[in-house]
Ligand binder design. Structure first.
Ligand SMILES: [Zn+2]
Ligand SMILES: [Zn+2]
Length: 287
């Protein structure tokens, strides 16, 4: 429990472990060190891949929310530290616009000493998440250009008829990648090229993680009005924003419920700068 009149000083000077094996500390550490005055480090024997990989070797079995928590706790295991941050990304169709690809980044800060769990989140359509079948070298060159290779990584998945799928990655240059593809094409294999979504091979994703870190910091700095514990953030949304034309409630968000996980204090805060919804989103005016 955080004592009354606690604040972000509870993190000051402490060691914070970043649970990553994909160099996410590059973007996470500078922000947290300057905002929370912690000392960030990584642990060398952590295998976050056991929770699922983007490349398909290991499927993610837990939800993103449970995975990120399991990663943070795994990083603390076997250490005497009590503070950890982990992140987890998801990629796919945008939740409200299925034609666009989206990247959702989730972060968690776990403080086992003070029994705190604070989250950060970022959703963006700025992602190069993509895949394509490669039938010849010009397909490959087009895909390289589209996703920004070699600045961003490419993964190849290849399969012979009746054979097992093979995953090839870590191509350092277009020459190495192209000669591998030529070799596979000669062997009559199906080739699927995919964007490498691992943070260290994807600067676009690294930027999205940076935005999620900023959201985490914002939530950490939000203190409970009652007990002053950090992490006073949105736990639920309240829908029913009224239509500006017919005044009936719509499905749009009108307010947020903030809840303290330390003392259970909760309050509702109206969504800023919005009092009415456009009739375009009203089921009555625009069914
Ligand atoms: Zn509280
Ligand atoms: Zn209406």
């Amino acid at each position: 429990m955080v004592k009354k009149n606690g604040s972000n000083d509870i993190f000051k000077g402490r060691t914070l472990i970043i649970a990553t094996m994909h160099r996410k500390e590059k973007v996470i550490a500078p922000i947290l060190e300057s905002e929370l005055e912690v000392h960030c480090k990584t642990v060398s024997d952590l295998n976050t891949d056991k929770f699922g990989t983007f490349t398909g070797e290991v499927d993610r079995k837990l939800t993103a929310m449970d995975t990120v928590k399991a990663k943070a706790l795994a990083a603390l295991e076997g250490t005497t530290e009590t503070l950890a941050v982990a992140s987890e990304g998801s990629f796919g169709a945008h939740p409200s616009s299925f034609l666009m690809s989206a990247n959702e980044e989730m972060l968690i800060l776990i403080d086992t000493k003070n029994n705190l769990e604070i989250r950060g989140w970022h959703l963006t359509t700025e992602t190069n998440f993509n895949h394509q079948e490669i039938k010849n070298i010009s397909d490959l060159k087009e895909f390289e250009k589209r996703i920004g290779f070699p600045n961003h990584g490419i993964i190849l998945k290849t399969k012979e008829i009746g054979g097992e799928e093979k995953i090839l990655k870590n191509f350092q240059s277009p020459e190495i990648l192209r000669s591998k593809v030529l070799e596979l094409l000669k062997g009559n294999k199906t080739i699927i090229a995919e964007t490498d979504m691992r943070a260290m091979n994807n600067p676009t994703r690294m930027r999205a993680i940076g935005h999620a870190v900023n959201d985490l910091v914002k939530n950490i700095k939000s203190l409970c009005p009652d007990c002053k514990a950090p992490g006073f953030s949105v736990s639920e949304v309240v829908r029913g924003l009224r239509c500006s034309l017919c005044n009936l409630p719509t499905k749009s968000v009108k307010a947020y419920i903030y809840k303290c996980k330390n003392c259970e204090y909760a309050c509702e805060r109206a969504k800023e700068n919005v009092t009415q919804e456009d009739p375009m989103y009203c089921d009555f005016c625009n069914p």
